[in-house]
Design a protein around this ligand. Structure first.
Ligand code: AMP
Ligand code: FE
Ligand code: FE
Ligand code: ZN
Length: 283
């Protein structure tokens, strides 16, 4: 059984609509896939209909952007109740703040003569989707300033760039708390993926574990083999679940569906713990 617990659609910064991600998951011979868009569950309904038609099992999830003192932490939440007020409020706050942050980043870039406008970025974003830096990258791609999202991040969008502006994001411990409150299962995403900038350390993962973190995404294509090993050992030491996934973003990243996978017994434990939403599996 092939289980990939982390994928993005056009509900956030993936390049394919939810139904397409489901089709691609079936084509990649996955039996189980999780849709985990940044700060939104807007893609769930479309994914559910598509998965049902394909005989694919869908784990409805989310990837919550968290932050502490400038350090960015991504928290996966599996099977939460998306209407739980604590979770819904945090997500609304984050998405609203992302809008202002977009304006500010684009203003800084425009002031430096980079040919970009808020309207051009808006055209890259599906209605209701979570807007992020990858959409700015896509606008730069459209006008030919860069030839890939990666290049846009290297030249203009990385955390250390002068154009970078942060947005509201809950503290990672608060993230764990709201996922739990919503009946979901919190798993820290790609904890030591250094190519993205500064990362979590063991102490933060331990602090999150004390707050109820259920697992660690130790197998991830953007982590070095050493970081993957370290994450898995840390999780084992803390008695946490270990997951693996591709973090698929369509053509926006090289990550391939099924590139990293999660063991069936780990999925079983996640499903057994969750009380916010159900696993959607074919009859
Ligand atoms: P944001 O949440 O708006 O700050 O944007 C961060 C998102 O950008 C991450 O979730 C990744 O999906 C994406 N990202 C980060 N670095 C890169 C990169 N080098 N190339 C393509 N996408 C990236
Ligand atoms: Fe992303
Ligand atoms: Fe992430
Ligand atoms: Zn992700």
């Amino acid at each position: 059984m092939t289980i990939d617990l982390h994928a993005h659609s056009t509900a956030s910064d993936g390049t394919g609509p939810p139904a397409q991600v489901m089709r691609e998951a079936a084509e990649a011979d996955l039996q189980v896939v999780a849709l985990t868009d940044h700060d939104t569950t807007a893609g769930w309904a479309e994914a559910a209909t598509a998965a049902e038609g394909l005989g694919l099992t869908l784990v409805r999830g989310i990837e919550i952007s968290c932050s502490r003192e400038g350090l960015s932490i991504h928290l996966l939440g599996y099977l939460p109740d998306p209407d739980h007020p604590d979770l819904a409020d945090e997500l609304r706050h984050a998405r609203e703040s992302r809008e202002t942050r977009l304006d500010r980043m684009v203003a800084r870039m425009e002031a430096d003569g980079i040919p970009i406008t808020v309207e051009a970025v808006r055209r890259q974003v599906q209605p209701g989707a979570t807007v992020g830096r990858p959409h700015i990258a896509d606008a730069l791609l459209e006008v030919g300033v860069v030839s890939h999202r990666d290049e846009a991040f290297e030249r203009f969008l990385r955390n250390s760039s002068p154009y970078y502006v942060s947005h509201y994001a809950p503290d990672p411990v608060r993230g764990v708390e709201v996922v739990l409150a919503a009946g979901g299962v919190p798993v820290i995403a790609h904890p030591f993926a250094e190519q993205r900038g500064r990362t979590a350390d063991d102490a933060l993962v331990e602090e999150m574990a004390a707050a109820g973190l259920a697992g660690v995404e130790a197998w991830h294509p953007e982590m070095t083999p050493g970081a993957e090993r370290h994450a898995a050992d840390l999780a084992a030491g803390l008695g946490l679940l270990v997951t693996g996934s591709s973090d698929y973003h369509g053509s926006g990243k090289v990550n391939r569906l099924g590139e990293r996978t999660t063991a069936p017994e780990v999925l079983e434990a996640i499903v057994a713990t969750a009380s916010g939403s159900s696993l959607l599996s074919p009859p």
